[in-house]
Design a protein around this ligand. Sequence first.
Ligand SMILES: [Zn+2]
Length: 274
Amino acid sequence: MNAYHDAHNHLQHPALRPHLAEILSTVRALPVNWMVVNGTAESDWEKVAEMAKELSFVIPSFGLHPWFLSERSKNWEEALRTYLTQTSCAVGEVGLDLWMQNSDLQLQKKILRIHLELAAEFQRPITIHCLRAWSELLELLPTVPIPNCGFLIHSYGGPTRMIEKFLPFGSYFSFSGYFLSPGKEEKAQTFREVPYDRLLVETDAPDMPLPAERNQFQLPNAAGFERPNHPANIQAVVRGLAEIRKRPEDELLRMVGQNFYRLFEDVIPSEAAR
Ligand SMILES: [Zn+2]
């Protein structure tokens, strides 16, 4: 159980591709037992599916990220349903984002609802992205189906007082290393209030870079992408969260491992199948 579990990343991202061989050997050495690799648009879903076939530690997840909704085809829902039927995958990344420019909240809600309906129909965990739309997300939850295992709000950056409002709906909250950056202390401290059994850790690699002094594994800048985050920085993320929770690192690692298995149980292949 004392291995790392990255609840949210984008291993399929082009910024990581030139360094994939090194990344894979580094995460295997840690070891990272499981990582949930999130597709963001139909254009990267097949890459995610391929990685899950080739890499024994990848749990594939398919969804439409709010930043890329305009790229969706009219058959996206059918395509997502096909992945859910044919593979043991999770749902996401999907969500609400009022931080981005020209956000269309009604459209985002409609797309999120469809993802939640599919996640509940197939009983799969779902990962939600939320930026500056906390009350909108909270208002939506009582009106939508939710899978029995619950859902993940990744890189939770909402107010501390709202944690207890999300909990009854089955929410888990994942901590990312970006919250260890100067100026983000308040967001980091929020994670002191998440119940121990709803706490997860993530890199969101190549996004959400850690501050330089915490950045254990570095990658060169890619075209159009600065300071890509390395998935093996999950170790530094756990260390940072252990400091915030004032708990021993190995105890925290064990706890988030158990939480990971509880939330993603239905999409983790049995050991015999590995
Ligand atoms: Zn993400």
